[in-house]
Design a protein around this ligand. Sequence first.
Ligand code: AVI
Length: 323
Amino acid sequence: MRRNPPAPRASRPDATDWLLVADVLAGLHATPKRLSPAYLYDRRGSQLFEAICDLPEYYLTRTETGILARHAAEMAACVGGQALLLEPGSGSSRKTRLLLDALPGLGAYVPVDISRTHLLEAARALQTAYPRIEVLPVCADFTQGFTLPPPRHRPSRVVVFFPGSTLGNFDAPQAVRLLELMRRTAGAGGGLLVGIDLAKDPAILEHAYNDAAGVTAAFNMNLLVRLNRELAADFDTGCFRHEAVWMPAQSRIEMHLVSVRAQSVHIAGESIAFAAGEPLVTEHCHKYTAESFAHQARSAGWAPRRAWSDPRGWFSVQYLETV
Ligand code: AVI
């Protein structure tokens, strides 16, 4: 079995990493062991995720982009003129352009992202491409809430744009909390345009998260590389394998890193024992039905108004309004 060269060991993690250390240790002591999917997205992880979006098996991005391209005018009519469009986790704002092209009367666009460099680069490019729209970037972790920057002109309403099926990466109680937070941010008369991946043949789903080129495996494994680098852990990536399994009872794909043999890993002064075959859960990707999403949205104070899908019925973009 291949062993990686030992990671260079820092004497101890940087003081700013203690929150990360505490969260990672809590996850590694849980049953089953798990880590927050947020940690998948360091610089390398974000690059690998971009590559995943172009994979033949990963239908989500292509399908949602097709829906946005086909129905942008109808979505724009729901958003209306002089609105403020707010996008949590905006990244490169690639899909947003499809909507902005159909929204010449938009008042302001507020991209929100935790990565400042990425955010400011994307905001600058958008401001150049859409000089009539006021672009107001906010660097924040959208799950924690943030203050909306005041736009030059009072918007007719606030509409949250949350594409990409990112909501599916939150477990039900967290997803409801996030939808509630979005409702409070949008305020009275506000709207939500959200991308939702739908439950389908498990073989299609498992392929989407187990691609032949191994990009998703590299994305998943990069989490261990990150912990070795940032927390001076000694995960041997040759002793874990990527797996993505459909869990019908929970209607989700689970991404795992499976320990291929009994082993101990050292991290922040603790020794964590893995049994042979034991999974470390790194991500949940929930797949909805129209009904299960509507139920979740209603319990967070949103009323479903419109839905658009692709010819195969694999993905859905939904428009909701505050109740
Ligand atoms: C970001 N998120 C919507 C992706 C998904 O499909 O759940 C993350 C991902 N994980 C593996 N492949 C893609």
